[in-house]
Design a protein around this ligand. Structure first.
Ligand SMILES: CC(C)=CCC/C(C)=C/CC/C(C)=C/COP(=O)(O)OP(=O)(O)O
Ligand SMILES: [Zn+2]
Length: 448
């Protein structure tokens, strides 16, 4: 039989087809943007503040009754909505604030921790959401409503011998649980050696061959877990045990031609990763001297083939690496200093350049993830929701302050895409709460 002269092109995979559809939708928007006059461009780039506040406030008002389907998620909805409103520089009215504090109080378990709804099982994720909400509301009533002693007991019960934490009684052990426990313990000033014990080992075992961090050992690196793992490692003073150059390499390549981030290799761009991946790069921006140190160590161990100890340390696994003094917002790992890591992280801030394309990410958020009628979304064609509104705005804030001298100094207009009125409140990148609310909470809990 004659060989056919027609070479058949293989049919695209489902993932390839999905990717082309997204690219085409995103590039149509960018194409339209590039062809309209400057004043129309400015309008397109405007953050629809009032519409976002209207959408978020409506969501909050409905929380008490209409969200029965998401019953186990209500503290999360409180956090996503109230944090997004705070990012937009607004507060909620006193009645709503009081109701939210009372509602979260009813979610608080008598034996510690916050559940997804009154009478339900306490869970580390909803504990994180509740604590961050109460910090965002601020004031003595909200902050004093957290039973720290009982909460500490709950965390100890969730602590596992392998260093990780369970999300809830008999629940999964993963990097989210490590982050939510460590973040809450750190901000409430109850972090101690018992909670920290072996957490670093667990998170280290989740860093994959790609460089990112997976939810559990052996799984795939993912932006959500990468943020959680890196932030938790910083908060316990052990970030330099990770292979940071490889982590940085993985995360920066997750920003694609659509200008936004994807959560994992070969997956679609999504607005929420503006925070999970953008946040991880923003944290790495503060660890530059440690990254450089690791790169020097790696190149030295490469040339000195007779120095096996050095080689081990370049992989971020040596024990001497854990006890070295860390710079740029990271204190020594001895337990007395660990409590101040969150505060030092912002106090020792230095001016530097972002390690990702901050303007491109702002472009994706404003043009592709923003709904003109209010609310933000994953990508064009998807519907707005409170989760994406929260994390798109959190990512946007990180971008806007990514060149700043201090974590809260007003950025130059050229680094804020669109009109300067787009400027959001700055956040503490380790906890994802508005910076001034973090400061208030730190002061309140450090005195207890
Ligand atoms: C503090 C806290 C609780 C953090 C949670 C972090 C987080 C967002 C984890 C992501 C989990 C995950 C594997 C999503 C994949 O979803 P997918 O397959 O639908 O999305 P993808 O295609 O973008 O990977
Ligand atoms: Zn998403």
């Amino acid at each position: 039989m004659e060989p056919s002269s027609v070479v058949e092109t293989p049919s695209p995979t489902v993932s390839q087809r999905d990717q082309w559809i997204v690219e085409s939708q995103v590039f149509q928007i960018y194409q339209l943007f590039s062809t309209i006059p400057p004043n129309a461009q400015s309008l397109m780039l405007e953050l629809q503040r009032d519409k976002h506040i209207e959408y978020l406030s409506k969501g909050l008002r409905h929380l008490g009754s209409a969200f029965s389907v998401l019953d186990a998620n209500r503290p999360w909805l409180c956090y996503w909505i109230i944090h997004a409103i705070a990012l937009l520089g607004e507060t909620i009215d006193d009645d709503l604030e009081d109701n939210t504090v009372d509602f979260l109080n009813r979610c608080q378990d008598p034996n510690g921790g916050f559940a997804g709804g009154p009478g339900q099982m306490p869970h580390l994720a909803t504990t994180y959401a509740s604590v961050n909400t109460l910090i965002t509301l601020g004031g003595d009533k909200a902050l004093a409503s957290i039973n720290r002693d009982k909460l500490y007991g709950f965390m100890r019960r969730m602590k596992q011998p392998n260093g990780g934490f369970r999300m809830h009684d008999e629940g999964e052990i993963d990097v989210r649980a490590c982050y939510t426990a460590i973040s809450v313990a750190s901000v409430l000033n109850i972090l101690d050696d018992e909670l920290i014990k072996n957490v670093g080992d667990f998170i280290l075992s989740c860093q994959t061959y790609e460089g990112g961090i997976a939810g559990e050992p052996g799984s795939e690196a993912h932006g959500g877990y990468t943020f959680c793992g890196l932030a938790a490692m910083i908060l316990i003073g052990e970030a330099n045990r990770l292979d940071l150059p490889r982590l940085l390499d993985w995360v920066v390549f997750r920003q694609g031609k659509e200008c936004g981030f994807q959560g994992r290799t070969n997956k679609l761009v999504d607005g929420c990763y503006s925070f999970w991946q953008g946040g991880a790069v923003a944290l790495l921006q503060r660890l530059q001297s440690v990254i450089e140190e690791q790169m020097v160590e790696a190149s030295q161990s490469f040339t000195k083939s007779d120095a096996p100890d050095e080689k081990e340390s370049s992989a971020g696994t040596s024990s001497h690496a854990t006890s070295r003094i860390r710079r740029e917002g990271i204190s020594e790992s001895c337990s007395s200093d660990v409590k101040n890591i969150g505060l030092n992280f912002i106090n020792e801030w230095r001016e530097s350049e972002p390690l990702f394309h901050s303007i491109a990410l702002q472009q994706y958020i404003l043009l592709c993830a923003q709904e003109q009628e209010g609310g933000l979304r994953d990508k064009p064609g998807k519907r707005r929701d409170h989760y994406h509104s929260c994390y798109c705005l959190s990512g946007l804030s990180l971008c806007q302050y990514s060149w700043s001298k201090r974590p809260d100094s007003p950025p130059l207009p050229k680094v804020v895409m669109g009109p300067y009125s787009n400027l959001l409140e700055p956040i503490h990148p380790l906890f994802n709460v508005v910076l001034e609310r973090y400061r208030e909470a730190h002061e309140f809990f450090s005195g207890l």
